[in-house]
Design a protein around this ligand. Sequence first.
Ligand SMILES: Nc1ncnc2c1ncn2[C@@H]1O[C@H](COP(=O)(O)OP(=O)(O)OP(=O)(O)O)[C@@H](O)[C@H]1O
Ligand SMILES: [Mg+2]
Length: 296
Amino acid sequence: MKTLTTLEIPEAKKIYSGKVRDLYGIDDDHMLIVSTDRISAFDHIFPNGIPGKGVILNTISNLWFRNTPFIPNHVVETEFDKFPKPFSEYPELLKGRSVIVKKTKRIDYECVARGYIIGSGWKEYKETGEVCGIRLPAGLAMAAKLPEPIFTPSTKADEGHDLNISYGTVASSLGETLASQLKEMTLKVYSHAYSLMEKAGIILADTKLEFGLMDGKLILIDEVLTPDSSRFWDKSSYSAGSSPVSFDKQFIRDYLDTTSWDKNSPPTPLPAEIVEKTAEKYREILARIQALFAEK
Ligand SMILES: Nc1ncnc2c1ncn2[C@@H]1O[C@H](COP(=O)(O)OP(=O)(O)OP(=O)(O)O)[C@@H](O)[C@H]1O
Ligand SMILES: [Mg+2]
C-alpha cells in the first residue's frame, strides 16, 4: 500500500486537518476521521510518512474502543463497505484507515495518565519535584514506576507545545464535577489497559486521552492507546534509570536528538532506515495488541 500523507476527496468537505488525521463532514452529528501515514514529533509534521501507520493506528484504536466497555465512545462505523457516498468511492484512500464517528463538543484538554515518570513529566519532576501540581516522592530515577498512576492534564495548544497543568486548573475551568469525571475515567482506562498490556509483555508507561460531550455526557473520542498517544515499553528489558526499549514514537524522538535539528524550524525528511525501523515498531505493537484480543 502506498504511503499516504495527504488526501483529497473533492466531493466531501474537509473540516480539519490535524497532524495525523483529516476530518470530513458527513452531517450535523457525524464525521469521517481518516488516519494518514503522517508522523509528527515535537509538534512538527515530517514531509515523509511511515508506511502502514494510519491503518495500524486506526486498527489499534478500534480494538481498544471495542474493549473499553465501561465508557461510551464516538465510533459509529468502522467497516469501509458500509460507508456512504462519496467515501465509498475511495477505497484506495480510505479503506482500513477511516471511521465514521459522532461529532462531539471536544473538551479542550489532553487527559493524560502516567504510571511511570518519563518525558515532560520527568523534566518537570527534575525541576520541581512535582508533576502537574502533584508532589512525588524524592529521588525517583528516570522511568521509575510511580507509587500509583496520576492524572496529569495538559492544554491542547492550537499552536506551539501543549503545557502541563494542574487538576485544579481544569476544575476551575470546567467545574469540579466534569473535571473529576475526566480524572476518574482517564485513570480507569489507563489501569484497564495497563493490566491487559502486561499480559502482552508491555508496560503501558503513560497515555493521552481525549473526551467530548454528547448530550451532556462524557464520551471517549479521537484515538485510544495507540503508539502515538501512549508509551509502550518492553517489559523484559525495562529497568528504571535508563531510557526503556519502546514500541512507540520514542524511536523517532531519540533519533532526532542525535541530529542537529533545532525542533523549531520545519524538519527535513526522515531517513529511509529510520522510517523502516519506525514502521517495524508500529507493526510489532499492533501484533501484540491484536494477539491480546484474539485470545479472548
Ligand atoms: N469525535 C470527535 N469529536 C470532535 N473532535 C474530535 C473527535 N475525534 C477527534 N477529534 C479531534 O480531531 C482531531 C484529530 O486530528 P489529529 O489527531 O491529527 O490532530 P492533532 O494534530 O493531534 O490535533 P490537535 O492539533 O487538535 O491537537 C483532533 O483535533 C481531535 O481532538
Ligand atoms: Mg491527535
